[in-house]
Design a binder for this molecule. Sequence first.
Ligand code: FAD
Length: 571
Amino acid sequence: MLRADARGIVVFSVKGVDALKQPFSGLKRSDHLRAMAEKELDLLVIGGGITGAGIALDARTRGLSVGLVEMQDFAAGTSSRSTKLVHGGLRYLKQLEIGLVAEVGKERAIVYENGPHVTTPEWMLLPVIEGGTFGRTGISIGLFVYDRLAGVKKEERRRMLSPEETLQREPLLRKEGLKGAGLYVEYRTDDARLTLEVLKEAVKRGALAANYAKAENLLYRDGKVAGAEVVDTLTGESHRIYAKKVVNATGPWVDELREKDGSKTGKTIQWSKGIHIVTDQKHFPLRHAVYFDAPDGRMVFAIPRDGKTYIGTTDTEYHGDLARPRMSAEDRDYLLRAVNGMFPSVRLTADQIESGWAGIRPLIREEGKPTTEISRKDEIFLSKTGLITIAGGKLTGYRKMAQRVVDRVCAELAEEGAGPFGPCVTERIPLSGGDFGGSDRFPAFVEEKAREGTGLGLDEREAQQLVRRYGTNIDKVFGLIASRGKEAEAYGLPPSLYATLIYAVEEEMAATPADFWVRRTGDLFFDIQRVKRWKEPVLACMRDVCGWDEETCSRRRADLDRCIQEATEFV
Ligand code: FAD
């Protein structure tokens, strides 16, 4: 039930708990934190990647009062650094992880249904090469089993292609030894935007969430975890946030928090680094996504996207800085060798790489196994203090992981006399921007809204791109384009760029230029020239909107410059 309190703030009333409903604005971060500290929450989630975001949405839709704190920007950990596929995990079939394949395969369909604007079906070629990992029969059987296990819809089931059909689809593939290909569907996503859409939906429903809010220490009552001392890293303000239950969803950092809790015993996390590189289509004019053998037998993706091709990934044990992993020249050369082996006419060189990223997989250690062979399964660790840790897992399986965690939270709350709370309902909850009344209506929606966009002066390509990115939230972005053109002019910014920036700050809690360029638009990875071109006007605009002094402005500029350097340099 919604009502306005004396201050005019909308209050969302759930089973006697009044959760303050705050706009998800970069200018309202402190309000979210203060509201979290105001009274004891049912649940505090630490970590704002896809895992934490999924837990916040699930818990909120069951009626719990929820707060989420993220020490960097949302998705700035692993959840903006993946291969960006909502996928069935075909490669886990090779490791006979039948349960995992079945679960993530089915989840993929749910993620698509709830957010077709952040998940796009993409036909993928799996070439059969003489002497390769799988023969033609192996691939055919593997994909058949995969289709059945993952419950793949009929029209997306695998097909086997002859060498000629394969080359028709992708003429750049190596002809020598080519025996044909398997053709199957994967779903391309923008991992950071997926995280944001999940979180925006949670906040719309009354969850509180703040980025740049670090859980420095855990708080205890009678030996039981009862909240966290959270520091706003942009203002230095500290907040004591109490909650009946605390979940550690900090991905690669879960052991750090378990250590603070005195519960880092038993299974621990092993880090593995994976990088991706991006080149322009003029250097690698790939038409079709391909999943292929690297010379060492590992599988690598090459995926066309928005005029670029991206390639990844690597898998190497990691022990460095978790927040800022770097791409090495060795990682890059490995991917170049893989590309040039499978697409010999391309001759991709290091100086043709425009951008890239490195990410850390938080794997649950299995003694004696290399990172490439460790299971991607998730697991819940329970500590004596009551801290609930969720470790491992995949972007694709986030909803199921959240369900398992919140089931646990609700069961514990019920034992303690709280609730009752409802069952998990997220299977049928559209994500923010995803409410089309069914994914089958999405193409018509894009067409209709893109026409509206061209009416506002956008070219067809950009109009389509914006509608696909924002889904049903596009009206807000178009509204800004229509009404605030004069302000855009004052900064010398194109109206569409200005509108997406204002939307990012006011509706997606972007608090720094890096938040905007890396995780709200993805331009740092897929259009780095655009970042360089508009960097200063965007900074000037954010300075005014956010009220920064010169020193803050310089810090934000330096932070973005560092992100650009990390995306373009190999160490
Ligand atoms: P994160 O996204 O890392 O989130 C944890 C967050 O906790 C971080 O943002 C961190 O800043 C925050 N945090 C840490 N400590 C604190 C604290 N004290 N206070 C507050 N906040 C804190 N999966 C797929 O399904 N498909 C793929 O294509 C795919 N490709 C991948 C490719 C690579 C190279 C990698 C590395 C992973 C890939 N994955 C993929 C796996 C997937 O990306 C991860 O499983 C997922 O993103 C992990 O999300 P998370 O929320 O658990 O962790």
